[in-house]
Design a protein around this ligand. Sequence first.
Ligand SMILES: CC(C)(COP(=O)(O)OP(=O)(O)OC[C@H]1O[C@@H](n2cnc3c(N)ncnc32)[C@H](O)[C@@H]1OP(=O)(O)O)[C@@H](O)C(=O)NCCC(=O)NCCS
Length: 188
Amino acid sequence: MKSSEPTGRADAPEVVVERLDRAHHDCSRFSCGKAPLDHYLRETVERDQDERTAVAYVLVDKDQPAKFRRVIGYFTLNSFAFPKKQARRRDQDRNLGRYNPVPAVLLGRLALDEAFQGRGLGSVLVVSALTQVLTLSEQLGTAVVVVHAIDDEAASFYEHQGFMRFRDEPRHLYYPLATFAAALAPTE
Ligand SMILES: CC(C)(COP(=O)(O)OP(=O)(O)OC[C@H]1O[C@@H](n2cnc3c(N)ncnc32)[C@H](O)[C@@H]1OP(=O)(O)O)[C@@H](O)C(=O)NCCC(=O)NCCS
């Protein structure tokens, strides 16, 4: 998993990730195939942002006018913590730091409009989220990104992206930031 520049495959539009702002982003047409994730973006996310319990970032087409762009993907971030014993034994001793519970960020929701799926943009969303958390970790201690997958298909997607399943909750997965930072480091 490399590059903080958000690019999908050759047949994907050139995209950019922005903080959700209703004045500049059109969420009305968003449809990812999983109704709760569409509903959350259209109806609930602003409440959570107002209450400071979640922040949403959206993927938009760079070629659309900046003042009002259609949302083609999104993810949310929240602060989180989890008992160290839930992680795999080999990670408990390295990559997760010394605190218990482990300070983490929850990648609460992540979805891509169906019209744009299958062109690498799902990976772009994941890399953007991990990059965003890596940047945040310079100001607020956090060791891991956690996801709560909506179903088995989503859990398998995250596993393909390099996340590891928690021992007792197979739909809950984690990705140590140290591992992500190492993947970004230039190789000689
Ligand atoms: C999950 C989702 C974001 C994936 O987006 P996408 O555009 O289809 O995925 P990409 O084209 O970026 O695929 C990236 C890689 O993941 C793989 N992949 C995609 N879905 C997968 C799955 N369910 N299981 C395993 N691997 C999967 C692809 O084969 C590809 O592999 P490669 O890079 O080795 O070729 C999208 O399908 C979606 O929004 N689904 C509905 C919402 C959802 O389930 N969200 C999950 C979080 S709750």
